[in-house]
Design a protein around this ligand. Structure first.
Ligand SMILES: *[C@@H]1O[C@H](CO)[C@@H](O)[C@H](O)[C@H]1NC(C)=O
Ligand SMILES: *[C@@H]1O[C@H](CO)[C@@H](O)[C@H](O)[C@H]1NC(C)=O
Length: 505
């Protein structure tokens, strides 16, 4: 209609033109109004990027009504609820009902996890736990088997995730429930392999000075072989070729033997430093933080001026590629008064000293070692010491939902090795900018806390959520791989493969 009006403008005199112009404008505005109405609200968010986007997008025009139906305190969680459920909620209105509702919310993806009941020698047996009452799992209601302390803890991710799954089955489980254990593998989003591979590496393949090249020397390798044999014989593995399996190999040297055979799985790793890109990569796999060894800075009331050290580094020196950078930086920085740069790994008394050092520094250096990642980054975050990352190939946990540039400084290695570049860059960051980053560090520090029971938004929940974000891609790969699995019946195959005589040319 608007178009016809437009074409007739040419032949009509001025007065009516103005009138027509007004009319078309009004019509135009009205038509937009209707378009917006029919699509609910304009969509500024790419909903495909949201977890549970299918649920979210069914909200549409009725979501407005639902929101009004439900208590304001529940906020936009109500978008996820059916009308009936919302009405039922209004009638019952108990605190319990509200809690149930929260469990379905958009920010807490529920991931259904099937866990193999592996022999305890693969998991809690490595902690000298002995099975009781016929179960291969400890009773996590009371006392949980403890994990060896010290530097072992850095890679204890396997332990916290397994405990969280076991806890998800408890009635009134106190944990945050991103992941729940299911016993029917057909209903699972992911198949979890509970092998404490980092602990197996730490325990069995390092030879301590007082041990003779011992009986345990090959135990780590033997366990991996046994695991591969066991896994590949399971119906769950055969169904998917392992593509929907989740394997934790957080210590860079763990799973050294099995990784090449288990490559279709999703790995949980600290970095990709020792993996060929085909075996592990950022699309397929999940990067998890280290558990920090430096104590969290509770009630941190420090500020820019009360942290006397400008830049702090304490770490091992390596002879490989990363070691070169560390040594060069040492020569570049050693004469700066307010810089602490020392070699020697953080151990025993060293932890106390490093805690002190990081708590009283403005910036903490994180330089690639013999692998791109290191625990130091997470120690710095726990200390609210702004990380300065010099590691070109580092991959960071949850980077698809977290912008590290808000609380970390990244410097390319080739720049950092230029004379005065690094120190001038750091000195150029003033109180306001530093304070902003320090505040952000305090906001994000919980995302790196491992604990039992796990709490909402801690590292355990964040890792499960990162896994949940991989699930659609895993499904897609699985479905695609099934495209051509249908084969002809045998008698037909035989007919085709034997050509009739004379039909060749
Ligand atoms: C497991 O789940 C599938 C799919 O929902 C179902 O068909 C099957 O019967 C279930 N198996 C058992 C033992 O409950
Ligand atoms: C931190 O502050 C809170 C409240 O002021 C206090 O209860 C708590 O004991 C403090 N913790 C430490 C470790 O100082």
């Amino acid at each position: 209609m608007a178009e016809r009006n437009g074409s007739s403008i040419v032949v009509i005199s001025r007065g009516p033109i103005f009138c027509l112009f007004t009319m078309t404008s009004v019509l135009f505005v009205l038509s937009w109004f209707f378009v917006l109405r029919s699509t609910g609200r304009p969509h500024f968010i790419d909903q495909s990027l949201l977890p549970n986007s299918n649920i979210f997008s069914t909200g549409d025009s009725s979501s407005e009504k639902q929101r009004q139906n439900v208590e304001p305190s529940i906020g936009n969680r109500a978008i996820l609820v059916d009308n009936e459920e919302a009405e039922a909620l209004q009638e019952t209105e108990t605190p319990q009902a509200k809690d149930d509702l929260k469990c379905d919310s958009n920010d807490k993806v529920v991931l259904q996890v099937f866990m193999y009941d592996l022999d305890p020698e693969f998991h809690f047996g490595l902690l000298d736990w002995k099975p009781e009452g016929g179960s291969v799992w400890p009773d996590v209601r009371n006392k949980i088997p403890s994990y060896p302390g010290g530097l072992n803890l850095q890679h204890s991710i396997e332990y916290w995730l397994t405990l969280d799954l076991l806890a998800s089955e408890l009635p009134n489980a106190p944990n945050a429930h991103t992941a729940i254990r299911v016993h029917n593998s057909s209903e699972a989003d992911i198949i979890f392999v509970p092998f404490f591979s980092s602990l197996s590496y730490n325990r069995y393949s390092r030879i301590k000075p007082h041990e003779r090249k011992s009986k345990n020397k090959n135990k780590n390798r033997l366990l991996q072989e046994k695991l591969v044999r066991h896994l590949t014989a399971q119906k769950e593995w055969k169904r998917s070729g392992g593509q929907d399996h989740l394997v934790i190999a957080h210590h860079p040297n763990s799973m050294l033997d099995a990784r090449m055979k288990l490559w279709p799985v999703t790995f949980i790793l600290s970095d990709f430093g020792r993996y060929p890109p085909k075996i592990a990569n950022v699309e397929k796999d999940v990067i998890a933080p280290y558990k920090h060894v430096i104590k969290t800075y509770v009630n941190d009331s420090s500020d820019f001026d009360s942290r006397p050290t400008l830049l702090y580094f304490q770490g091992a020196i390596y002879r490989k590629d990363g070691g070169f950078v560390r040594q060069e930086l040492f020569y570049l920085l050693k004469d700066e008064k307010d810089v602490h740069f020392a070699f020697g790994s953080v151990q025993k008394d060293g932890i106390r000293k490093a805690t002190q050092g990081m708590h009283s520094s403005k910036f903490c250096l994180n330089i690639a070692g013999d692998t791109p990642s290191s625990n130091r980054l997470f120690d710095a975050i726990a200390s609210h010491c702004v990380p300065v990352i010099i590691s070109d190939d580092i991959e960071l946990p949850y980077e698809d939902v977290l912008d590290y540039s808000q609380f970390c400084i990244f410097v390319r290695t080739r720049d950092a090795l230029k004379k005065k570049y690094l120190i001038n860059l750091i000195r150029g960051i003033g109180r306001d900018e530093w304070t902003q980053m320090w505040n952000k560090l305090k906001e994000v520090e919980n995302l790196y806390e491992f604990q039992y029971p796990s709490k909402e938004g801690d590292a355990v929940q964040m890792i499960w959520q990162a896994v949940a974000r991989k699930v659609p891609a895993i499904r897609m790969k699985l479905h695609k791989s099934r495209r051509f699995t249908r084969t002809l019946p045998r008698n037909v195959r035989e007919l085709i493969s034997i050509p009739a005589p004379g039909n060749f040319w």
